[in-house]
Design a protein around this ligand. Structure first.
Ligand code: HEC
Ligand code: HEC
Length: 376
């Protein structure tokens, strides 16, 4: 992934470089262009009337089928070939304080990311409250981030701080990537950690806190373990296999299947009535830490109902007999309890087999009993 991203970056560099002549130094050194500091390989995009202008097309040369740019020089590739890994590989020495970061942020970042990284106007927020306090919900990252999943911000979502160091160094500020020094990047990281209230070794990052390489490597991001399956290490591949072998990790499908999945014609379940456009089933049936769960007193059937059935049965909007609606269930049960239970298992009209969940017949029967009991 890093490789292809790098390729992308060097393509950007090529296009951008076509518009200014950057002196080719012997290494990735700083040079001056029209009195402005630029880096060979990195650049400050040309501006016109105070706005970033479009990249110019190089009509001088055709590089294969592409009618602009030219191949990046080895020196340019070297300038962009930056990896910063969680174990510290690629992370240079340097230092910067929260206070310094604050100043740089005001000057170079706040115009897009707003005060204290609050984001807005289409620019991503760089913090959203205290990342540690969101911890209970961090593991729900596969669910809709709008409700109980973590906000997809640096503090509450990113598993590694090294990614942010790399991202800022190579990608920000947006109009002038690679223009920050290593010390400036450390200072900005210190500021980013401070506004996210992330601690290092239990220490809060006050204004005068100086972040350096050694301290940086001690950062433990709140959502470090929030990504499943764990793909790192020697068990990585096996973890991935297990994860995708478990149907409940991708929506309760019984078995993964690409061909000959059905005996005869597949039954198409259609949901009756109105409200179909609002139908937004959860991506996964159940994750380990639901946001704020009321105690069910160990009632397994109720828990399973909440996880797999309530999405349609909490109201009658989907055309399903609503739990709590005495009349609706009395009408349904005229068919006889056994028929109703069987229908729930094999599906009927808008009711998918087992509600689309990965449940045994016994579990289904217990849930139906619970639904009937709760509707008396
Ligand atoms: C001209 C506007 C602009 C400026 C100035 C700017 N950024 Fe950004 N920044 C963006 C945009 C746009 C994105 C989203 C890019 C994307 O998703 O591809 C972004 C993304 C980011 C992200 C990743 C956010 C996420 O959660 O995905 C970080 C971190 C970041 N910027 C930090 C900075 C820092 C630090 C500075 C100052 C040195 C800065 N930015 C200056 C426009 C800007
Ligand atoms: C995708 C929406 C949806 C989900 C999820 C769902 N149901 Fe239903 N269910 C329906 C609809 C719609 C009906 C009404 C079907 C009809 O009679 O037309 C229904 C009907 C039923 C009935 C009555 C069957 C009958 O014979 O009339 C039972 C019992 C039932 N569902 C149980 C469950 C259980 C248990 C779950 C969870 C494991 C579940 N449902 C999940 C939509 C759903």
């Amino acid at each position: 992934m890093f490789k292809s991203y790098r390729k992308l970056l060097s393509t950007v560099a090529i296009v951008a470089l076509a518009s200014v002549s950057v002196a080719s130094a012997g290494n990735a050194s700083r040079t001056y262009e029209n009195g402005k500091k630029v880096i060979d390989g990195g650049m400050t995009y040309p501006t016109k009337n105070g706005m970033t202008s479009v990249y110019k097309v190089n009509t001088q040369k055709n590089y294969k089928d592409v009618k602009f740019g030219r191949p990046a020089t080895p020196n340019e590739i070297k300038a962009w070939d930056i990896d910063v890994m969680p174990d510290g590989t690629g992370l240079p020495e340097g230092k910067g304080s929260v206070e310094e970061g604050d100043e740089i942020y005001e000057a170079k970042c706040a115009s897009c990311h707003f005060d204290f990284g609050s984001g807005g106007a289409g620019y991503p927020a760089l913090q959203q409250g205290n990342a540690y306090e969101a911890k209970e919900t961090l593991k729900l990252q596969r669910l809709n981030p709008e409700d109980d999943g973590p906000q997809r911000n640096f503090g509450s979502y990113w598993p590694q701080a090294s990614t942010a160091w790399w991202y800022i160094k190579t990608g920000m500020p947006h109009p002038a990537p690679l223009s920050l020094t290593d010390d400036e990047t450390y200072a900005l990281m210190a500021y980013m950690l401070a506004i996210n209230e992330i601690t290092i070794d239990g220490e809060e990052l006050e204004d005068e806190y100086v972040l350096d390489r050694e301290k940086f490597l001690k950062i433990v991001m709140p959502n470090k373990d929030g990504f499943v399956p764990v793909i790192d290490g020697k068990d990585g591949l096996e973890n991935v296999r297990k994860f995708y072998d478990d149907a409940k990790n991708f929506g309760g499908i019984k078995k993964r299947c690409m061909k000959n999945c059905f005996d005869g014609e597949p039954k198409v379940a259609r949901i009756q009535g109105v409200g179909i456009s609002d139908f937004n089933p959860p991506l996964s049936a159940k994750k380990e830490k639901p946001a704020k769960k009321e105690s069910t007193g160990g009632n397994k059937a109720k828990e399973a109902y909440d996880a797999s059935c309530a999405v349609c049965h909490a109201t009658d909007a989907m055309g399903a007999p609503a739990v709590g609606d005495k009349k609706a269930w009395e009408a349904t049960l005229k068919k006889g309890l056994d028929v109703v239970k069987k229908n729930a298992i094999v599906g009927i009209n808008g009711m998918p087999p087992k509600g689309g969940a990965n449940l045994t017949d016994d579990e289904m029967n217990a849930i139906v009993d619970y639904m009937i009991e709760a509707s008396k």
